[in-house]
Design a protein around this ligand. Structure first.
Ligand code: GLT
Ligand code: MN
Ligand code: MN
Length: 403
């Protein structure tokens, strides 16, 4: 099939230079392409897709792996026999289609028992059960080869602060994480835990609302070396934050253990839109950062298709996430090779010259030298920086009118 200009439709996918490859390391959660389009006001619009079919389709589209919550694969009330059957069929599909499970997680939000939190619940039985359930999910993930374990505490929060001292919530979270890190070590699982923040939804307020809060918290744990971040585009943008900056900080701290890619319009509920479907410029800088920083983890999509779609639309959505990533990766290469863009950046560098006093290391001498150095601040502040031109060149590049 071709479009009106005679080009193959995206669905035909044969001659797409941005077609995903296994080496791109794209993964999808079972819950993402498996999303049935339920929302608080409407029922499911799509049939459920069996996990083995998701494996087959993600492989066919060029994906690298699948991630999952315990209950995306094994129902919460499954007998041990049923669990074994489901897991062995799933493993067979992974083998048949050569897909990995780099990340596993645990569902601590769906069952009513978690209505007032899991690790932070006021009810000690719920806190115990949440840790027990997480240990089982870790067993399952290890069985499937996962080395990253994500924790998203969707119910770890409140509607009313009268119910508990928020400090107790923090302390309970620490206790649970310390216990789970020790469990991982004692089992020889070799997990890296990736904490995922979100400011609200489904609770009115969730503890540790941003990746920055999570980052500060993780250094208070017994094993900070085992714990890092899983930032999600939509979750930081819900708070009005610059996702690219947050991810840069995580990378710089050596704490980007996983990443949830999707998109989001400002000021709304968590939309989990197709990657790059809304904030193209922000996502360009994000992809550029991931590619240029040497981040080697999965490029994980935590998004879902519009509620208007049937299953074919779900696969269009999945392909679109990966294709957009690869197009932005290509644009990042163009940015690096664009003579005009690089010319502006280099002109600024040579205009500014070398650093007058090296402050990389403190010494009394350096401090005295710096204090004694004169700066003609009006002369320095005078000339413009060319950022208008620079940004327009980026816009031209992204819109396809350069390179
Ligand atoms: C849930 C949430 C996501 C988390 C998943 C992992 S579950 O779909 O909206 O952001 O990453 O628990
Ligand atoms: Mn997520
Ligand atoms: Mn989300």
């Amino acid at each position: 099939m071709t479009d009106v200009l005679g080009k193959p439709l995206a669905r035909e996918r044969t001659s797409d230079q941005f077609a995903p490859q296994k080496s791109d390391k794209f993964t999808f959660g079972l819950w993402t392409v498996g999303n049935r389009g339920r929302d608080p006001f409407g029922d499911a619009v799509r049939n459920s897709i069996p996990p083995t079919r998701i494996v087959e389709k993600v492989a066919e589209l060029g994906g690298y792996g699948i991630s999952l919550h315990d209950n995306d694969l094994v129902p919460i009330d499954a007998t041990p026999a049923l669990r074994d059957k489901i897991v062995s069929e799933f493993k067979q599909a992974l083998k048949d289609y050569d897909l990995q499970v780099p990340m596993a997680t645990v569902n601590l939000f769906y069952h009513p028992v978690f209505k007032d939190g899991a690790f932070t619940s006021n009810d000690p039985r719920v806190r115990n059960f949440a840790i027990q359930k997480t240990m089982s999910a870790m067993d399952l993930g290890h069985d499937l080869g996962a080395k990253i374990f994500v924790l998203w505490g969707g119910r770890e929060g409140v509607e009313i602060d009268a119910c508990r001292n928020a400090e107790d919530g923090i302390k309970r979270m620490r206790e649970a994480l310390n216990f789970l890190c020790e469990y991982s070590v004692s089992q020889g699982y070799d997990y890296k835990f990736a904490l995922e923040a979100k400011p609200n939804e489904p609770r009115s307020d969730i503890y540790f609302p941003t990746s920055g809060h999570m980052l500060a918290f993780l250094y208070t744990l017994d094993h900070p070396e085992l714990v890092g971040l899983n930032p999600e585009v939509a979750h930081e943008q819900m708070s009005g934050l610059n996702f690219y900056h947050g991810v840069a900080q995580a990378i710089e701290a050596g704490k980007l253990f996983h990443i949830d890619l999707n998109d989001q319009k400002p000021g709304r509920y968590d939309q989990d839109l197709r990657f790059g479907s809304e904030t193209i410029k922000g996502m360009f800088y994000l992809v550029k950062l991931l590619e240029e920083s040497g981040y080697s983890g999965p490029r994980a999509f935590d998004a879902h298709a519009y509620r208007t779609e049937d299953e074919e639309g779900v696969w269009d959505f999945a392909y679109g996430c990966m294709r957009t990533y690869n197009m932005l990766k290509y644009k990042a290469k163009l940015f690096a090779q664009d003579a005009e863009i690089q010319g502006i950046l280099n002109e600024l560098k040579s205009r500014f010259g070398p650093v007058p006093v090296d402050t990389t290391k403190f010494s009394a001498d350096t401090a005295a030298k710096l204090k004694a150095t004169p700066f003609d601040i009006n002369a320095i502040a005078g000339p413009g920086l060319n950022y208008e031109r620079l940004d327009q060149l980026v816009i031209d590049l992204l819109l396809g009118f350069r390179g």
